[in-house]
Design a protein around this ligand. Structure first.
Ligand SMILES: [Zn+2]
Length: 83
């Protein structure tokens, strides 16, 4: 048995494997789910109807129970390349 990759984690709420995932890049804007509420997860900020990502992250959405959660992208190798 191999370990589960972050992209293979089933829904933590209902256990369904039917989860859609979308990458949300830092600084990218989306429409907020709720007005002025922090419902977009720990890596995003919401102001009025505008949500923006504070960090590159992946949004997981369970198609079964509509639960949504966020994880950071998997970093395979951290290369220090700051200019
Ligand atoms: Zn679920």
């Amino acid at each position: 048995m191999s370990e589960l990759k972050p992209c293979e984690i089933p829904c933590p709420k209902c256990g369904s494997a039917d989860v859609s995932r979308s990458f949300w890049a830092k600084g990218q804007h989306r429409q907020a789910i709720e007005y002025d509420k922090q419902t977009m997860g720990k890596y995003a900020g919401v102001s009025c109807w505008n949500a923006h990502a504070n960090k590159d992250h992946i949004v997981h959405h369970c198609r079964c129970c509509q639960y949504e959660w966020q994880t950071l992208p998997m970093v395979v190798k951290r290369v220090k390349e700051e200019v």
